[in-house]
Design a protein around this ligand. Structure first.
Ligand code: GDP
Ligand code: MG
Length: 177
């Protein structure tokens, strides 16, 4: 494999959180393997995927954790959050409720994670623009108030997925270096 023998300078753990079916697993599949599957099963088994990339001439291994169908309130265990230096807080822009739940996901995240954790709010499924249920401004306002990065993405069309992860990873690097 490509990164056999490669010297890793940093390992950054990043967690994906948000309601079920917002597209967390597909965002990860898109970022880690440039894949998307239409009929993705509820995630089982695999806890995380890695992607090794270069930031500022350093080799960074991103270890991205995906919830294994634990998306019910308070079902995600503290082990999931432990050691995380970044988080992707994902809602489905066609499902208002998934956005309304962001506040409590954020509470839970802040209750478990390091206080310097870098957080990106993600409105996924922007390819379904005609079904939009969350105005960009609502999300922007929430992100600004809570001091989060914000992006609208499509795992399906690969819109902003790379940019969202790279923004978080680069900011983590900036903080720790
Ligand atoms: P998770 O439960 O948050 O991990 O959500 P999944 O990644 O399993 O995705 C749930 C459903 O939404 C699946 O049917 C995906 O194919 C679909 N989906 C995920 N991302 C997108 C996207 O960007 N656009 C569209 N149209 N569908 C998506
Ligand atoms: Mg999943």
């Amino acid at each position: 494999h490509g990164d056999y023998n490669q010297k890793i300078d940093y390992v950054f753990k990043v967690v994906l959180i948000g309601d079920s079916a917002v597209g967390k697993s597909q965002l990860l599949a898109r970022f880690a393997r440039n894949e998307f599957s239409v009929d993705s099963k509820a995630t089982i088994g695999v806890e995380f995927q890695t992607k090794t990339l270069s930031i500022d001439h350093k080799t960074v291994k991103a270890q991205i954790w995906d919830t294994a169908g634990q998306e019910r309130y308070r079902a995600v265990t503290s082990a999931y959050y432990r050691g995380a230096v970044g988080a992707m807080l994902v809602y489905d822009m066609t499902k208002r409720q998934s956005f309304d739940h962001m506040a409590r996901w954020l509470d839970e995240l802040r209750g478990h994670a390091d206080k310097n954790i870098v957080i990106m709010l993600i409105g996924n499924k922007c390819d379904l623009g005609s079904l939009r249920a969350v105005p960009t401004e609502d999300a922007q306002e929430f992100a600004q108030r809570e001091n989060l990065f914000f992006m609208e993405t499509s795992a399906l069309e690969a819109t902003n997925v790379e940019t969202a992860f790279l923004t978080v990873l680069t900011e983590i690097y900036r903080i720790i270096s």
